[in-house]
Design a protein around this ligand. Structure first.
Ligand SMILES: [Fe+2]
Length: 318
C-alpha cells in the first residue's frame, strides 16, 4: 500500500471553563458561524470553511485543547496511518463515524510531545442556513457577516517542554510533514514550521523547557484575506477592550499577525494574513539561529511579540 498522507488541517477541539464567554468571543468577536450544538458541544467554522466544523467548544472544569484533527488524502489513508503508527508502537484508538458529529471513521493517538492528533477522511459539508448562505456557489456563508470574519482555519502552533527532536522526527518521518523553516539550537531544532500543503506551516512546534506541563498549545490560527482585515480586527478588539499583540509581520512565514486570547478558555487565537506559499518540490528548509529568530524571525516589523507577558500564555493540551 502507498504511504498514507495527510491532506490538511481539520479542526481543534477546545474545552473551556467559561463556555458562554468562549462562545461570545468566537462567534461574535472572531466571527465564526455555528454549524450545530449537540450534547453541549458547539461546532463552529469560518465563513469559508467547507467541513462541518473547524473548532468545537464545550464546558469543562479546566480549559485545554483535547485534540487536533487532520483530514487525510483518501479514506484508505486512515487505516494506513493506523498500521504505520502501530508498527511504530504508538497506541492508536479507533472511533467510528459520527463519534464526533460531521466526522467519519477516525483514529486518535498522541505525539511524543503529548498532544493528541486525530486523523479522518470523511467529513460532512453542510450548507449554511438559507438566510446566511452565500450567493457564490464556491463559498459557504455570506462573507464578513460579523466580528473579525476570518475566511478559514489556517494552522496550529503547539509547544512542548520535552526534547522536541522526537516530535519533529515523528511529524516529518511518520506523519509526512515537510519542514519549511526552523530555528536551530545546540541540541537540534528548537522551533519548526511544517506543512503538508503549500502553506509555510499547517503546524508549528516549539520547544520550551519552562512550560507548566509538557504539551501546550500556543495558538490556533484563522486566516483573513487581507492585511487590511487584520487592522480592522484590531479596531474591533480595541472597541471591546480585549487586549491583543500586533499587528506585526513575522520574518518567518512573512505573515501579518495579531494575537488575541479567548477570555473564556485562555486559548490564544492568531488572526493571520499575507505570507508566502511554497510550490517547489525540492524546498530546502530555511534555517534561522536563535538570535535571528529574536531579531527578525518572530517580528520583522510592527508590534513585537518579544518579552510580552501576553505572549507567554499557553493552554494545556492532552
Ligand atoms: Fe501562528
Amino acid at each position: 500500500m502507498a504511504k498514507p498522507e495527510i491532506a490538511k488541517l481539520g479542526h481543534a477541539a477546545l474545552v473551556s471553563t467559561d463556555l458562554e464567554k468562549s462562545l461570545w468571543f468566537f462567534k461574535e468577536i472572531v466571527g465564526l458561524e455555528e454549524t450545530a450544538a449537540i450534547d453541549g458541544v458547539h461546532y463552529l467554522r469560518a465563513w469559508g470553511d467547507f467541513q462541518h466544523h473547524t473548532l468545537s467548544i464545550e464546558q469543562g472544569d479546566s480549559s485545554y485543547v483535547k485534540r487536533i484533527g487532520w483530514r487525510t488524502k483518501t479514506n484508505d489513508c486512515v487505516l494506513g496511518f493506523k498500521e504505520l503508527l502501530q508498527q511504530a508502537e504508538v497506541v492508536v484508538e479507533e472511533f467510528p463515524k459520527g463519534t464526533t458529529p460531521g466526522i467519519g471513521d477516525a483514529v486518535r493517538f498522541q505525539l511524543p510531545s503529548g498532544h493528541t492528533f486525530e486523523l479522518y477522511y470523511d467529513v460532512e459539508k453542510p450548507d449554511a442556513a438559507s438566510e446566511y448562505k452565500s450567493i457564490l456557489k464556491n463559498q459557504v456563508y455570506k462573507a464578513h457577516r460579523k466580528g473579525t470574519s476570518p475566511r478559514r482555519f489556517d494552522h496550529v502552533n503547539i509547544h512542548t517542554s520535552t526534547n522536541a527532536n522526537y516530535t519533529f522526527d515523528f511529524l516529518l518521518d511518520t506523519l509526512g510533514f515537510n519542514l519549511r523553516e526552523y530555528v536551530k539550537g545546540e541540541e537540534g531544532i528548537l522551533a519548526g514550521w511544517m506543512s503538508v500543503t503549500s502553506l509555510v506551516h499547517d503546524v508549528a512546534l516549539v520547544q520550551k523547557p519552562t512550560l507548566p506541563s509538557k504539551a501546550r498549545v500556543h495558538h490556533i490560527s484563522y486566516w483573513l484575506d487581507n492585511s487590511q482585515d487584520i487592522l480592522r480586527a484590531a479596531d474591533i478588539l480595541r472597541e471591546q477592550g480585549i487586549p491583543f499583540i500586533g499587528p506585526g509581520k513575522h520574518g518567518i512565514s512573512q505573515a501579518i499577525y495579531l494575537y488575541v486570547i479567548d477570555p473564556g478558555s485562555g486559548c490564544r487565537v492568531e488572526l493571520f494574513s499575507g505570507g508566502y506559499l511554497i510550490f517547489e518540490p525540492d524546498w530546502e528548509p530555511i534555517e534561522w539561529t536563535r538570535d535571528e529568530q529574536l531579531t527578525v524571525g518572530n517580528t520583522y516589523w510592527g508590534d513585537s511579540v518579544q518579552d510580552k507577558e501576553l505572549n507567554n500564555i499557553t493552554i494545556e493540551a492532552r
